[in-house]
Write a protein that binds this ligand. Sequence first.
Ligand code: CA
Length: 234
Amino acid sequence: MPNFIILVVEDEDAIREMLVVVLEQAGFNVHAASSAAEAQRFLNNSLPDLILLDWMLPDLSGVEFARRLRKEETYQELPIIMLTARGEEEDKIRGFSCGVDDYMTKPFSPRELVARLRAVLRRSSKHQWSPQIIAGDLVLDTEQHRLTIGEQNVEVSPTEFRLMQFFMTHPDKVFNRTQLLDQVWGRSVYIEERTVDVHIRRLRKILETYGREELVQTVRGFGYRFSVIQAKQS
Ligand code: CA
């Protein structure tokens, strides 16, 4: 699976925390918000791949928030799954067209949630994805967990594989250590930032044996960038 970013909007702490844990364990990058306003602040800076949106929020209902998002071009295709309580909300959402892709009635099983989420991501037009991510002559196969350069098989650890997966799906952009920690290791993991440097160094060393260490570049004072184009130019 590509590195999907999921925005969870839920005001009940226990449910929100449970959702974060479940989705992170399923391999998603999760950002959590406890109100529509907080979700909006996140959206001002990032575009997630899917929003898991609770119906009842303290400031604005999930339905209203979804409607507002759908009015903006950026969010017209953004998959939204609505969380509802059993009963009245459930009945209402059936008759509603607030533009959500799916809805789930609380309580639900974590397994069902992850399955539905994957189904919605697969259907969404933005993600007609194949298991292969290609950058130049590098191919990363997320189903076979294999990285190849040309015809050669590259041996990488699971962490370096995830790092490469993140880089290859976000090429030509600079990420600092904190961002890489969040995106590759996940926010619930507490490790030091220099761990990022250690893994970058290992990754470069591996790439070096294929003469491709320049694919991962240090941007002084900022962080790291993966680029096939820039590597060719330098
Ligand atoms: Ca709620």
